[in-house]
Design a protein around this ligand. Structure first.
Ligand SMILES: [Mg+2]
Length: 205
C-alpha cells in the first residue's frame, strides 16, 4: 500500500493549548491527593474552588498553597493522566492544524511539564512555551509578562484554549480567538467537553 499522503493543513492555523487544568486535571489531582490529605478537616470541595489561586477559599496562605502545589508537581506532574476528551479530540482533528503548548509554571517544574506534554501530545504538539511563575528567592529574566505577550511573538496563533479569564481578554484584544475551559474558578459550566465543542464550532465556522 502506498504511504498515506500527509494531510494538508486546513490553514496555517496554530492552536495554543494551556497545560495545567486543560491538557491535564492538575488542580483536581492536587486538591484530592494533597490538600484533602493535609487538611482532613476541610469541608471544601473541588467545585467550591471559585478562585485561582484558591488559598483564601481554602483558608490557607498563598505561600502555603504554592509550597504544597509545587511539592505535588514535583511528585506527580509526570504521572498525571492526560485528559481523555482532549486526547480524543487530537486523534480526531489534531492533524488538521498546528499546535503549541503554553504554560505558566515555576521554572523548577518546567522540564517536567514540557516532557509530560511531549510524552502524551507530542504527535501534534511540537513546541512548548514556558512562562516561569514567580517564586520567592528566584530572580529570572522576564521575556514576556503574559502568555498573550509570548503568543504575539509567534506567527499564526489563531486560538488560545485556557482556563484563566484574564488570558481570554488579552488574546481577544490581540485579534485571536479565546476559548475558556469551564472550571469552578471561572464560573463556566460544561467542563472540557463544552470547550472542545466550542473549538470545533469556531474551526468549522
Ligand atoms: Mg491552566
Amino acid at each position: 500500500m502506498p504511504p498515506r499522503a500527509p494531510r494538508r493543513l486546513a490553514a496555517e492555523t496554530t492552536i495554543a493549548w494551556d497545560v495545567d487544568d486543560v491538557l491535564n486535571d492538575l488542580m483536581r489531582a492536587w486538591f484530592d491527593e494533597a490538600f484533602r490529605r493535609e487538611h482532613p478537616e476541610t469541608t471544601a470541595t473541588y467545585d467550591s474552588l471559585t478562585h485561582n489561586p484558591p488559598h483564601e477559599v481554602l483558608g490557607i496562605g498563598l505561600g502555603a498553597y504554592l509550597e504544597s502545589l509545587d511539592a505535588f508537581r514535583a511528585k506527580r506532574q509526570m504521572t498525571l493522566a492526560p485528559d481523555e476528551a482532549v486526547l480524543n479530540w487530537f486523534a480526531r482533528r489534531g492533524d488538521e492544524y498546528r499546535h503549541i503548548a503554553v504554560t505558566a509554571t515555576p521554572l523548577r517544574n518546567a522540564h517536567r511539564s514540557a516532557a509530560w506534554v511531549l510524552q502524551h501530545f507530542g504527535r501534534w504538539i511540537r513546541t512548548v512555551t514556558i512562562l516561569p511563575s514567580a517564586r520567592d528567592g528566584e530572580q529570572l529574566p522576564i521575556y514576556d509578562a503574559t502568555k498573550v505577550d509570548a503568543l504575539c511573538r509567534l506567527r499564526d496563533v489563531a486560538v488560545l484554549i485556557d482556563d484563566t479569564p484574564k488570558n481570554m481578554h488579552g488574546i481577544e484584544r490581540a485579534g485571536a480567538v479565546g476559548i475558556l475551559v469551564p472550571r469552578p474558578w471561572n464560573g463556566l459550566s460544561g467542563g472540557i467537553d463544552a470547550a472542545l465543542a466550542q473549538l470545533d464550532a469556531r474551526l468549522d465556522a
